[in-house]
Design a binder for this molecule. Structure first.
Ligand code: 5GP
Ligand code: MG
Length: 184
């Protein structure tokens, strides 16, 4: 708690573990009400969403399945450019209600990409549940049904989110302390 240092940069606490849990409870309540007859398939996007997915799913009490996906990007041929492939889909998607679980929606590129691919797999309905949402950075028009916490356009770490690999294990969420960095 308080301030932490990752890779030599100072971060200060922004959202406490108890605030996070309370916000997740609110999202879970909405999901329990909205999707109770849909037997949804939750797809948590690795790596960042692992903590949110675990805590959210403990509060979701309807019949559902959960699985994990990852976006792997690699360079295609010169004509195709960079390709992002959705890996980890082993479940039957066709005709199902799918809920994408994300750690944070920033520009929206990631959720848009995943949504396109899930539609190709025949998903009947796609909903997005995100722990954090940065409306100032969002460039898409896809609706985000379930947002736990709206945040400004700052760089955050903790509770699944990393800074160059560090910080995913923190129970609270921290923000990069630019002022402290400038004074160094
Ligand atoms: P988008 O595709 O919406 O622009 O961004 C989604 C991904 O960018 C997230 O899943 C996350 O990996 C990364 N990201 C966006 N904002 C932040 C942030 O404030 N902190 C960290 N650690 N990652 C972020
Ligand atoms: Mg993510």
């Amino acid at each position: 708690m308080g301030n932490i240092v990752l890779h030599g940069h100072k971060f200060k606490i922004k959202i406490s573990a108890s605030e996070i849990q309370k916000a997740i409870g609110d999202v879970a309540r909405q999901i329990n009400a909205d999707l109770k007859d849909k037997k949804p398939l939750f797809l948590a996007v690795l790596n960042g969403s692992f903590m949110f997915a675990a805590d959210l799913m403990k509060k979701v009490h309807i019949d559902c399945e959960i699985s994990f996906i990852k976006l792997a990007s690699y360079n295609g041929t010169s004509s195709t450019g960079k390709i992002t492939e959705l890996i980890g889909i082993n479940e039957q998607i066709n005709g199902r209600t799918v809920v994408i679980i994300e750690d944070i929606v920033d520009t929206g590129n990631t959720i848009e990409n995943i949504t396109v691919q899930l539609k190709e797999h025949g998903a009947a309905e796609i909903k997005i549940a995100t722990l954090l949402f940065k409306p100032e950075a969002y460039t898409k028009s896809l609706p985000i049904e379930y947002t736990a916490i709206v945040v400004p356009n700052d760089f955050l770490v903790g509770y699944g989110l990393d800074y160059n690999g560090l910080g995913r294990n923190l129970a609270d969420i921290y923000v990069l302390d630019y002022i402290a960095d400038e004074k160094k």
